[in-house]
Design a protein around this ligand. Structure first.
Ligand SMILES: Cc1cc2nc3c(=O)[nH]c(=O)nc-3n(C[C@H](O)[C@H](O)[C@H](O)COP(=O)(O)OP(=O)(O)OC[C@H]3O[C@@H](n4cnc5c(N)ncnc54)[C@H](O)[C@@H]3O)c2cc1C
Length: 472
């Protein structure tokens, strides 16, 4: 596209969306042209931020007419480069941040309708103010948006009890790739009327449409809880402890996170206001939490289960959160691991899942491979072990060299992902595919699944304008 036609397109966009909704100056657009891990640096024709769903629809219709690729961006916290434009200068970045109203809360129906640009923490707060609970929770909740959470089918720390983002949705509103608005904001618990379009759009990472609003499920407000940091010897003990906690507390077990000592050490080193949770250091830790919508003595319940686990030699030591401040300290240790890893230096990351019962064997086999083959790196394997989801990350060793370490990423990824496949696991448990794992998806998904996905993409988006170059 030459300069003249670029200017004419930008003028057209301004006439559709208004002068202040179209950014083109490099100092205004730069932050939206790079992903949060700084793996991809794109260049966009413009960055646009409409205020209403009708404006999004007009924008998409214009994109179809001119065959312009549209990259929807929420909080830009995604790990797979899905919200970053390519380097061509021909794509548009669509910011959702101005569509950020809580449209309604229906406490009696245990549901709320919010626009896609609402920051997740604000959704949680709005539910809380209505005496209800919205359970999606993750480290980036202060900046990620609910639209991005649904587009990536985000997981987080409460999946064990409430499921992934897809499980939390009753209805959706979206602009489809032909510019039509699908008004599917139903608030029904039961609705078997044909194909489930909302489930298709959720997790499609902006490749099948722009999510503009959602009706979300709510739960009773949390009235009691108990949190513990538990020291254990091995991931096998973590699995046994998980079983025990589920047997004794049932649905009340909402989080079960696994942390190796090295993750605690990194966090203590780089993140302020963090404290070693127990008197001495142990090989592994589990951060677990029980919650309930009624007033119960969950501390006592958790204590009893941990005492039993100690009798069975599953637990070495444990600290119960005696106050909300201590509870937040425990969670800070867990949530700050990505930040601490970043301070430590470059890393090669894998967001994988295996069946929960296979977690210990997978960790043993994969760790052995890393020890034998990655002399210039060390493993930081942590995550949502209760869901079988591990962030299997390898940091460069302090005396290693960045370029040489990163050059081996393809070989390391192949070995880890092949092992995941052998365990019947997933190469993307919760972060999606984006641009980062597109080739990996081609390798590990079955031909039948890929053909189905391509057919759906072509049927809904025949001109390929929705987030081109992502997922497929
Ligand atoms: C510190 C930290 C901790 C994290 N922890 C977790 C975790 O525990 N679990 C987890 O699942 N993820 C986690 N993430 C990853 C990330 O926060 C999630 O993927 C999140 O859901 C992305 O939301 P976002 O608004 O930032 O989306 P973006 O990064 O802006 O976009 C992600 C994808 O969604 C698409 N998209 C965004 N909005 C829309 C929309 N309205 N309509 C259609 N498509 C859209 C984009 O095109 C892109 O493909 C973490 C990230 C960080 C930085």
């Amino acid at each position: 596209m030459n300069e003249q036609s670029a200017q004419s397109r930008i003028a057209q966009l301004r006439s559709i969306l208004g002068e202040d909704s179209v950014l083109t100056r490099p100092e205004d657009t730069a932050a939206f042209e790079v992903d949060q891990r700084r793996l991809y640096h794109g260049h966009a024709l413009a960055v646009v931020s409409p205020r209403q769903v009708e404006e999004v629809a007009a924008l998409v219709a214009w994109c179809v007419q001119h065959r312009i690729g549209l990259v929807t961006q929420g909080g830009n916290t995604g790990y797979c480069g899905g919200a970053t434009p390519d380097e061509s200068g021909l794509q548009l970045v669509l910011l959702m941040r101005r569509l950020n109203r809580v449209r309604s809360i229906d406490a009696a129906n245990f549901s709320m309708t919010v626009e896609a640009g609402c920051v997740l923490a604000n959704v949680q707060r709005a539910a809380d103010m209505a005496d209800r609970f919205f359970p999606l929770s993750l480290g980036a909740e202060g900046s990620c948006q609910i639209g991005g959470n649904l587009a990536t089918n985000a997981g987080g720390v409460n999946v064990l009890r409430y499921g992934m983002a897809r499980d939390l949705v009753l209805g959706l509103e979206a602009v489809l790739p032909d510019g039509s608005i699908w008004r599917g904001l139903k608030s029904l618990r039961k609705d078997n009327t044909g194909y489930d379009l909302k489930s298709l759009l959720i997790g499609s990472e902006g490749t099948l449409g722009v999510i503009t609003a959602a009706t979300l499920k709510l739960w009773p407000k949390i009235r009691s809880g108990a949190t513990a940091m538990v020291a254990i010897s091995t991931p096998a003990d973590a699995l046994a402890l998980l079983g025990l906690l589920r047997e004794h507390s049932g649905e009340r077990l909402s989080s079960f996170e696994l942390l190796p000592r090295v993750a605690i050490d990194l966090t203590l080193r780089y993140v302020s206001a963090t404290h070693d949770p127990l008197g001495q250091s142990y090989p592994w830790y589990v951060l677990c939490e029980l919650t309930s919508g009624t007033t119960e003595n969950l501390n006592e319940q958790l204590q009893q289960t941990l005492a039993l686990a100690m009798e069975r030699s599953l637990v070495l030591d444990a600290a119960l959160a005696t106050s909300e401040r201590v509870r937040l300290d425990f969670w800070r240790l867990r949530e700050s691991v990505p930040e601490a890893q970043r301070h430590e230096g470059v890393s090669i990351k894998h967001d994988i899942s295996v069946p929960v019962a296979s977690v210990p064997d997978f960790i043993a086999e994969a760790s052995l491979w890393v020890r034998q083959h990655v002399a210039d790196g060390f493993l930081v394997c942590y995550g949502h072990a209760g869901d079988g989801n591990l962030h299997f990350n390898i940091n460069r060793a302090t005396d290693g060299e960045n370029q040489a370490f990163l050059a081996r990423e393809p070989v390391i990824k192949r070995a880890i992902h092949d092992l995941v496949a052998r365990y019947h696991g997933s190469i993307s448990a919760e972060h999606g595919i984006g641009r980062l794992k597109r080739e990996e998806l081609q390798r590990y998904a079955s031909p039948v699944q890929l053909a189905c996905m391509r057919a759906i993409k072509h049927a809904l988006d025949p001109h390929g304008i929705m987030n081109p170059g992502k997922v497929l």
